[in-house]
Ligand binder design. Structure first.
Ligand code: SF4
Ligand code: MG
Length: 282
């Protein structure tokens, strides 16, 4: 599939140097190389700078309320498994308004891919602290520094016995594209944290800053090893497919009432005339 197929004529309006350009491009490259057409792809976008890319890519999509990209993606996936489904959201949406959805998506092991743009702030609303902002860092409205502890996305996800956790970096486009491809190919809930450059509200984390810390890591299926690999220190941020467990059944494979049913829910509801249901409610 030619990568041009995923382009639209409008240009994204992100700041120069924003990592969102890289994430969008990596997603298009991954879809193109996997030969997944725009009309077979659904992306649920969230509120945030990342969500401003919702109409800048030629796929089926929906931009929902803050923190709700994951349940939208889950709903689309459960209605029609013929689609390749993504949830695309920021660290703020994912760890604040939407943290419950992240937890339930992982434990249910829905066969979707979740792209978490981690720029360590609420960028759309001018740089407030999120749960991934370093403790004590001074942010908009918190000039004395963030008082709370931060959340490490990898540690949180690995505590839930996931089937797939990876971490990418926006300064490594090819590496990020390869991670997204593996996430799509994985049968189960693929959580991909993306360390995202935000030169406007997280200017300390320059490409040089990341360059000194980003290190590749081999995939493991040993949870304890993965747990040590996701720890972020001042010297090291490990990236790659960090953990994969191919033995966990997906949500659909775990439910018995859909066993041996080959049709999709979206086709089955077509036999019902919703007008009749609305009449009953009158
Ligand atoms: Fe990107 Fe940050 Fe600008 Fe938002 S504020 S567009 S995340 S660089
Ligand atoms: Mg953010």
């Amino acid at each position: 599939m030619n990568i041009q197929e995923y382009n639209v004529k409008d240009q994204a309006t992100w700041c120069p140097g924003c990592g969102n350009f890289s994430i969008h491009t990596a997603l298009k490259m991954a879809l193109s190389e996997l030969n997944i057409s725009p009309s077979s792809t659904f992306v649920a976008f969230d509120i945030g700078c990342n969500g401003n890319g919702a109409d800048k890519i030629n796929v089926y999509g929906f931009k929902g309320l803050h923190g709700r990209a994951i349940p939208l993606a889950v709903g689309a996936h459960l209605a029609n498994r013929q689609y390749t489904v993504f949830a695309d959201l920021g660290d703020g949406a994912c760890l604040h308004e939407g943290i419950d959805h992240l937890i339930h998506a992982v434990r249910s092991n829905y066969d979707i891919t979740v792209l978490i743009h981690n720029n360590q702030n609420f960028a759309l609303t001018t740089g407030q602290a999120t749960a991934t902002t370093n403790k004590k860092k001074s942010m908009y409205g918190l000039s004395d520094g963030k008082p709370e502890k931060d959340i490490n996305i990898g540690e949180l996800v690995l505590s839930l016995n996931p089937s797939f956790f990876a971490r990418g970096y926006t300064g490594d486009l090819k590496g990020l594209k390869d991670i997204i491809k593996e996430g799509v190919k994985h049968k189960g809930c693929s959580i991909i944290e993306i360390m995202q450059a935000c030169p406007t509200y997280n200017p300390e984390c320059t490409p040089q800053w990341f360059g000194k810390r980003i290190k590749s890591v081999e995939c493991t299926n040993e949870i304890q090893k993965a747990r040590s690999n996701v720890i972020i220190t001042d010297k090291s941020i490990k990236v790659g497919i960090i953990y994969k467990n191919t033995k966990l059944p997906t949500f659909y494979d775990s439910i018995t009432n859909r066993k041996n049913i080959k049709t999709e829910l979206v086709d089955e509801v077509k036999q019902y005339n919703v007008k009749n249901i609305i009449k009953l409610l009158d």
